[in-house]
Structures are given as structure tokens and as C-alpha cells.
Design a protein around this ligand. Structure first.
Ligand code: PQ2
Ligand code: NAD
Length: 217
């Protein structure tokens, strides 16, 4: 089952700063969460993220998973090249009731990553083969990516941002779900809104939404 996790403000701990650790950090950076990386060595890219204060880093050589007890993470990703250590980290994380993942152990992981097409951090399209072939998931992603990037236009991204605004605006203004739904579709199909979005004028499009709402209430 593919779900879109809400990590807002949560702490995610990544253990291991190699290729897999970096991949996971890059994915997490598209989310609004706190990232702590623990590893005995790191790449230049990871060091740049630390300098830019995008992630926290603790340089540590781990022998077991006891370090986790100091933290209250929402999720723990074990990406070292030590299978036994990764397993211990997953077991400790699970005992603390947080989501656990090991890059080398799909059997014990609570979830797997898909191969993701990320369009402006606004639309995400994931391909998964359910662990049967990660290489094919990547290949299909690459095959599909240019098509999705053509089909999903800049205007669609603006429409999503405007819908987000409009959904919040109607929440306590229109009392029933059918009314809210009708209004949101009317915003999407309004010629004036469409023109403002074509012009890239989100601020004016938001003003138009408020006018449309004002006409209703
Ligand atoms: C999609 C992607 C997302 C990501 O990692 O973020 C991802 N793996 C990717 C690439 C990739 N991974 C591997 C290869 C080498 C070729 C091959 O094995 O196929 C390649 C290809 C390459 O690198 O080119 C090796 C590998 N993968 C896993 C193991 C452990 C094991 O199976 O035991 C081993 C070591 C096996 C060994 O030692 O032999 C396990 C998993 N990898 C998954 C996801 C989950 C299932 C997703 C699915 O089936 O759809 C799952 C179950 C858990 C997880 O890690 O989430 C990412 C593409 C990102 C992109 O789009 O660029
Ligand atoms: N899920 C996937 O898609 C996928 C893909 C490729 C590889 N893998 C698996 O993921 C694992 C990691 O691969 P990688 O390429 O990132 O390896 P890597 O060697 O690049 O990185 C391992 C990292 O773990 C750190 N580390 C190792 N032991 C440690 C310890 N005791 N304490 C602290 N830090 C420690 C190292 O310093 C290094 O930064 C491998 O077991 C590999 O089989 C998974």
C-alpha cells in the first residue's frame, strides 16, 4: 500500500552516511521534518547539508542501538553496511514504537521506498514493484518521468497552490461538504482564475477566490 506520510515537525534519525544514507536524507529534505544523521563517516554532500543547517549530524561509531533511547524519533532509517547493526537498530526502534527501516532488510522494515518523480515539491508520483525489482522501479520511473513532466504543467502547480488556499478559506465559511466541493471546482474552472494563473499571478488569483467566496456568503 502506498501512503503519503505526514512528517511535519517530526524527528527522523538516519544511521549511516554512505550512498543509501545520502539517498534517504535527500528524500527527507523534500519533507518538513527534523533530520539527525548518525555515522562514523560522511560524504562532502552530507557535510554541506550540515553547514547549511539543513540536517544535524553526530559523528559516532556505533556498536549497538542503545543511542536511540536518548531520542524520541518518529522514524528511524538504518543504512549502515553492517547488517547486524541495522537489525539491532530496527528492533530498538520498534520497541520504542517508531517506524523502522533497514536498507538491507525489507523483511523487518515497516515500509519500503518507491522510486519517486518529484515535481516542484508539490506533486509526487511513486513507482513501486513491492520489492520484486528496485532496478526496474527506477527504470520505469525514468521512462515515465518526461511524460509526467510534460503533462503536469506550471499552471497545474499554481492551481494546486490556489486550491490549498481556497480549501483553507472555505473550511469554516461554507458549512457543508457538497457546498465546499462545488466551490472548489468553480474556482478551478473560473475563466478569470485561469487567466490569472496563466499570467503567474497567484496573489491576484487568491483575491479572486475571496471575491467568489464573498459572493456566496
Ligand atoms: C526505488 C528505490 C527507492 C530508494 O531507494 O529510495 C529502491 N531501490 C532503489 C534502487 C536500487 N536498489 C538496489 C539496486 C540494485 C539492483 C537491484 O537489486 O534491483 C537499485 C538500482 C540502482 O541503484 O540503480 C538494491 C537493493 N534494494 C533493496 C535491497 C535490499 C534487499 O532487497 O534485500 C537491495 C540490495 C540487494 C543486494 O544486496 O543485492 C531493497 C529495496 N529497494 C527499494 C527501493 C525497495 C523496493 C522498491 C521496489 O521494489 O519497487 C526495497 C525493498 C526497500 C527500500 O530500500 O526501500 C531506488 C531507486 C531510486 C531511483 O529512482 O533512483
Ligand atoms: N535499499 C536499497 O535500495 C539499497 C541499495 C543499495 C544498497 N543497499 C544496502 O544498503 C547498505 C548500505 O549501502 P551503502 O552503499 O550506503 O554503504 P556505504 O558503505 O556507502 O555506507 C555505509 C555507511 O555506514 C556507516 N557505518 C557503518 N558502520 C557503522 C557503525 N558501526 N557506526 C556508525 N556508522 C557506521 C559508514 O561510515 C558509512 O557512512 C548495504 O548493506 C547495501 O546492501 C540497499
Amino acid at each position: 500500500m502506498i501512503v503519503d506520510l505526514n512528517l511535519h515537525g517530526d524527528l527522523v534519525i538516519v544511521v549511516g552516511g554512505g550512498n543509501e544514507g545520502l539517498k534517504k536524507v535527500n528524500t527527507l529534505l523534500t519533507q518538513d521534518c527534523k533530520i539527525l544523521l548518525i555515522s562514523d563517516s560522511t560524504s562532502r554532500q552530507i557535510q554541506n547539508y550540515v553547514k547549511q543547517k539543513k540536517i544535524s549530524f553526530r559523528k559516532m561509531r556505533l556498536g549497538n542501538a542503545n543511542f536511540l533511547k536518548k531520542y524520541k524519533p518518529f522514524m528511524v532509517l538504518a543504512t549502515t553496511d553492517d547488517k547486524e547493526l541495522n537489525r539491532k537498530i530496527v528492533e530498538q526502534a520498534k520497541s520504542m514504537r517508531c517506524y523502522a527501516y533497514a536498507a538491507d532488510d525489507p523483511e523487518v522494515s515497516d515500509f519500503a521506498f518507491g522510486s519517486v518523480i518529484n515535481i516542484e515539491d508539490t506533486v509526487q508520483i511513486a513507482v513501486s514493484t513491492g520489492g520484486k525489482s528496485p532496478a526496474m522501479a527506477r527504470k520505469l520511473k525514468l521512462q515515465a518521468e518526461h511524460i509526467f513532466r510534460k503533462v503536469i504543467k506550471k499552471e497545474d502547480i499554481y492551481h494546486i497552490k490556489l486550491q490549498d488556499f481556497a480549501r483553507k478559506a472555505v473550511k469554516d465559511k461554507l458549512p457543508t461538504f457538497p457546498e465546499r466541493k462545488k466551490f472548489l471546482y468553480s474556482v478551478m474552472n473560473d475563466n478569470h482564475v485561469k487567466q490569472l494563473i496563466r499570467d503567474g499571478n497567484l496573489k491576484k488569483a487568491q483575491k479572486r477566490v475571496m471575491e467568489m467566496l464573498g459572493e456566496l456568503i
